[in-house]
Design a protein around this ligand. Sequence first.
Ligand SMILES: [Zn+2]
Length: 274
Amino acid sequence: MSIEPPYPELGELLTLIGEAGSRLSEIQATEGAAGNISVYIGWQIEPRRLFPIASPIDLPEPLPELAGRTFLVSGSGRRLREIMQDPASNLGCVVVDEGGQTAQLFTSPRRLFTRPTTEFNSHLAVHRDQVGRSGTNFHAVIHAQPPYLTFLSHIPRYRDEPFLNRHLLRWQPETIVNLPEGVGMVPFLLPGSAQLMAATVASLRDHRIVVWAKHGVMSRSDQSVKRAADRIEYAETAARYEYFNLRNGEPADGLSEEEILAICAAFDVPQTVF
Ligand SMILES: [Zn+2]
């Protein structure tokens, strides 16, 4: 998937990032300064009206094939719920330099941070992998910490990906439609580490959202920032039902495999879980 022209303007993209941040805050997936958002823009954009200050930054790894391309990214320590009030003070605009070794960070005079989010390396690795594979001109990545999904990942049996998906996808007919590949599961790995980055890239090749065990989730979309946020909300809602069931002594059976397969047949859903 790619976005067709006329492309959204920078101001519109900033508003959508703010709205996604607010929604994730409403579902309690971004306590304090937890969570971060970034967006890859594959068309030409002029950042300097909103972000007039340029400063050089090093990239975590060279991105020669993305020279001249742009990323919007939340600032380190910023709160996703506050982006909406003033996107330019909470977000930066990163334009990759010729050769792809370094980049320019464009910011507002009102900026409230010094560096992009510390998770920017994972975001960039996922963007790079997805853009390289699909050639998309737009890609959004969100990290958040939704409590029900994260709680389930603290229970050993839910860290088994097939077990997790059979238990999450049984609560609402829409879940399999929105997450036809289910949810990926990555074991606990040190936040910000190269290991977490590599495992996330691999899992997001086959899924639209991945759980980082005992930490949170990362989701992606090549259509919009809000779709990436929706994916977190769908998975978190399923985890909430699962939690209700556990909490109440597991009285519910949920949708049967047969019922889920009937939904997939009726709506032509190319699911890969059952
Ligand atoms: Zn985190």
